[in-house]
Design a protein around this ligand. Structure first.
Ligand SMILES: [Zn+2]
Length: 491
């Protein structure tokens, strides 16, 4: 090594050390984040196999919050996976990679699933919203890769397909062994020209199976489209987004009737202002057959089709666009969640309940059963009278008047207040802040005999030296009457 080379080497090492240091999280919050970690790593050629591995890891890390499943199989027998994130009744359907070369959309959806689940666990905020409130009212249903055969062909070429199929694939690709421009499924059908809406009149059709633009011999011919239609019908989604690339534009209207225009335009405008995307002007005679064309026509609900990234030409979006895409989209899901929650709620009836409920967490109250309505004071833990229920909300009578709260942390139904019941939780007894808490409270309780203040279902609410906590009845041994002398006097 020459002197110059040594110097260069030392410089590189120094830079490397600096880089390592700069990735050490600065705050305890950042440290917690790094420790819990992200699962999805977005800046890579994101294959079907990587997606399947990530889906598995996500469903294992977030039981109760994330669920995965298959909605059918592709023409080549790959499972078409969906991943649900959230606990709410209002459904948002997000899908990507109808078109093979547009797999950056899969990266966006998988990243959203990953980051949103972690935001829930961390009790993060989006503006004035609590992520927990949103995901308790909404469930995201992602189909991150509608066309796994096509994506695999686009990424890996002929080698990933059986020898017997290769001549056909080559022919559909105009004889070229370069599959980077491939959009269709691996049977040469364009999956976004397959939906049963104005299918006959689709413009610029390819005459037969092709890498792009062939609409098939009939609508719903492709197995992938069939699976999507069935899944969408059974989901009852409030709104749907089909992600494509590229161009940084947003389609939001498909022959949308006048009575839905302002509702849908409002959502599209919010999306546009968050991403900087340009709204595509509605056409009087659009070419149909697309997923959102069908969704809007079939259900009369909002459907968006964003084209991610700056113009990429006839191939996949380069990974260098990723940061830009994520910066534009990181919070769009929360906006959609707030909209979906409102749409869902508008269709619910308020039901009279008139019963006592216990709030097991302090809750922000609202003027109406709607996260977008005026925020009012905190209601502290304790017993209240619920007058009505609507969606996931309770109408509560307070000294200040009528308030609405999300019912997430409210215990409903029968309860008892035993006059004098004492139990002795053991060191192994799990303590909870609420029977509705997802995890036990992380605290140690010295051996003590405690009073049961209330019992609800299989739970005891107990008064301890660390405050009011909940334990499962089966884990509590009843203290002997003889021990009553050592019982701390309730204060
Ligand atoms: Zn597309």
């Amino acid at each position: 090594m020459s002197c110059m080379k040594k110097l260069k080497f030392a410089m590189i090492m120094f830079m490397a050390i600096l880089l390592t240091l700069s990735t050490i999280p600065a705050s305890p919050a950042a440290a917690a984040k790094a420790a819990s970690g992200y699962i999805v790593s977005p800046k890579q050629v994101y294959t079907y196999d990587i997606m399947v591995r990530d889906l598995q890891a996500l469903s294992e890390r977030y039981p109760g919050l994330i669920a995965t499943g298959s909605i059918g199989t592709s023409e080549y027998g790959r499972e078409l996976w969906h991943i649900d994130v959230g606990k709410g009744p209002a459904i948002i359907l997000l899908n990507g990679s109808h078109h093979a070369r547009e797999w950056i959309t899969t990266i966006l959806l998988m990243t959203m699933a990953d980051r949103y689940a972690l935001a829930y666990v961390q009790n993060a905020k989006w503006g004035a919203y609590s992520v927990r409130d949103l995901l308790d009212q909404v469930t995201f249903r992602f189909v991150p890769m509608v066309n796994p055969d096509g994506v695999t062909l686009q990424q890996k070429g002929l080698a990933a397909f059986p020898k017997a199929e290769r001549a056909k694939l080559l022919k559909m690709n105009g004889g070229s062994a370069n599959f980077k421009r491939w959009k269709a499924n691996a049977k040469g059908i364009d999956l976004n020209r397959q939906y049963p809406v104005d299918w006959e009149g689709i413009r610029n059709p390819a005459p037969g199976p092709s890498y792009m633009n062939y609409k098939g011999a009939k609508p719903m011919q492709a197995k992938e489209t069939q699976a999507m239609i069935e899944f969408t019908r059974s989901s009852g989604a409030e709104l749907a987004v089909a992600y494509h690339s590229s161009g940084e534009i947003l389609y939001w209207n498909y022959k949308t009737p006048a009575e839905h225009l302002s509702r849908d335009r409002k959502i599209a405008n919010q999306y546009a202002s968050m991403t900087g995307y340009r709204l595509v002007k509605p056409s009087a005679n659009p070419s149909g057959g697309g997923f959102t064309d069908w969704f809007i026509s079939q259900f009369g609900r909002p459907g968006l089709t964003p084209e991610l990234a700056r113009a990429a030409g006839g191939t996949n979006v380069p990974l260098s666009e990723w940061e830009r895409i994520w910066k534009q989209h990181r919070n769009t899901g929360w906006m959609l969640a707030a909209e979906a929650a409102e749409l869902w709620l508008n269709r619910q009836q308020a039901v009279k309940v008139n019963e006592s409920v216990r709030l097991t967490a302090d809750e922000r109250s609202y003027q109406w059963p709607n996260l977008k309505s005026r925020k009012l004071e905190l209601l502290y833990k304790g017993r209240y009278t619920a007058l009505r229920e609507k969606g996931g909300w309770l109408e509560i009578a307070t000294a200040n008047g009528i308030r609405w709260i999300p019912s997430r942390m409210a215990l409903k139904g029968e309860y008892q207040q035993p006059a004098s019941l004492y139990v002795a939780p053991g060191p192994e007894t799990e303590m909870f802040d609420s029977p509705l808490s997802p995890q036990p409270a992380s605290l140690q309780l010295a051996d003590q005999t405690v009073q049961v203040l209330e019992s609800w279902r299989e739970w005891f609410m107990i008064k301890t030296s660390k405050g009011v906590l909940w334990i499962r009845q089966e884990e509590a041994t009843q203290a002997k009457t003889a021990d009553a002398g050592s019982v701390p006097h309730p204060d």
